[in-house]
Design a protein around this ligand. Structure first.
Ligand code: ZN
Length: 149
C-alpha cells in the first residue's frame, strides 16, 4: 500500500508540475493515503484500493482539492483517470485556462492511454501533439504494470 501511495503522489506531482508550467495553479501534493469512508470503500471485492490525494497551495487553503488514484487496474488507466481529475480542478480554479495547453491550439490536451502508456494528447489531431504524463524516471509498482507487450 505504501508503494501505491508513493506512486500516486508521483503521478499527481508530475501532473501538477506540467500544468503549472502552462500557467496552472501553483499546487503541490499535500497528502496521498489510502481512502477511508463509506462512499469509497478502501477494499473493494476485486482488491481495488483507492488512494486519496489532496493538492493545493497550502494545507489550510480554500483551494485544496481531493482526487483519487485507483490501484489494481492497469497503471496507464489509473494515471489517466487521476490526471483528468486534477486537470478538471485546475481548469476550474483558473476560470477556464487550457491546462495543459495544446501547443499552437487553443484547447487543453486530453489524458489518454496510447500504446499502453499514459499521454497528454491533442483531442482534435492526436498526431499534432503527445507527451508522456509521467517522466520516464517514474515507474509504476509491479502490481500496477498491467499491460505486458
Ligand atoms: Zn490540439
Amino acid at each position: 500500500m505504501a508503494e501505491a501511495c508513493e506512486f500516486a503522489r508521483a503521478v499527481a506531482g508530475a501532473v501538477l508540475a506540467r500544468m503549472a508550467a502552462d500557467g496552472g495553479p501553483r499546487w503541490t501534493v499535500l497528502d496521498a493515503s489510502p481512502s477511508e469512508g463509506s462512499s469509497t470503500p478502501p477494499t473493494a471485492p476485486s482488491g481495488v484500493v483507492h488512494v486519496r490525494i489532496t493538492a493545493g497551495s497550502a494545507p489550510s487553503s480554500p483551494d485544496v482539492v481531493a482526487v483519487y488514484f485507483t490501484t489494481g487496474v492497469p497503471g496507464a488507466d489509473a494515471v489517466v483517470a487521476t490526471a483528468s481529475q486534477l486537470q478538471d480542478h485546475a481548469i476550474e480554479a483558473t476560470g477556464g485556462t487550457p491546462l495543459p495547453a495544446c501547443p499552437g491550439h487553443g484547447h487543453p490536451l486530453t489524458a489518454r492511454v496510447l500504446d499502453g502508456d499514459a499521454y497528454w494528447v491533442c483531442p482534435h489531431e492526436p498526431a499534432h501533439h503527445r507527451d508522456r504524463i509521467l517522466p520516464l524516471a517514474v515507474d509504476a509498482p509491479a502490481a500496477q504494470r498491467g499491460r505486458a507487450h
